[in-house]
Design a protein around this ligand. Structure first.
Ligand code: SF4
Length: 119
């Protein structure tokens, strides 16, 4: 099995090829530095993403505050964090950088406000 990836660890964006060997290990090609191999292995074994969404305000649920995780979250937990964030209502004022959710399910991933509202 062969998989093509773009390394997003720096602006160069090396085109990586990951090949599954007969013994179950993976070989990474196309990286210009060791970070590319680390990125490819993580992407194959445990992909993670920064999550961005919006959270409603308690005072007006039609207004929503943009939020994002402070670090990448395992892909398999994205649905769970979105459900929790979409059930929340924030009280104003909300300041940019304020944590709106801490240590989601023990992952040490926080969700922070991306915009100030009512400040
Ligand atoms: S492999 Fe290294 S040089 Fe290439 S994009 Fe990734 S971090 Fe940058």
């Amino acid at each position: 099995m062969k998989r093509e990836l773009i390394c997003i660890s720096c602006p160069i964006g090396c085109e990586l090829t990951v090949v599954r060997n007969n013994d179950g290990t993976h070989s990474v090609h196309g990286n210009q530095c060791p970070k590319g191999e680390d990125y490819a292995r993580e992407e194959i074994n445990s992909p993670k993403r920064i999550v961005t969404t919006t959270v409603a305000l308690e005072s007006n649920v039609r207004l929503r505050v943009p939020v994002r995780t402070n670090k990448p979250l395992p892909v398999k937990q994205i649905q769970g964090i979105l459900e929790e964030l979409h059930s929340m209502k924030l009280k104003i004022p909300v300041r940019r950088g304020d944590p709106v959710l801490r240590d989601f399910q023990g992952t040490r991933v926080d969700v922070i406000a991306s915009l100030s509202v009512g400040v």
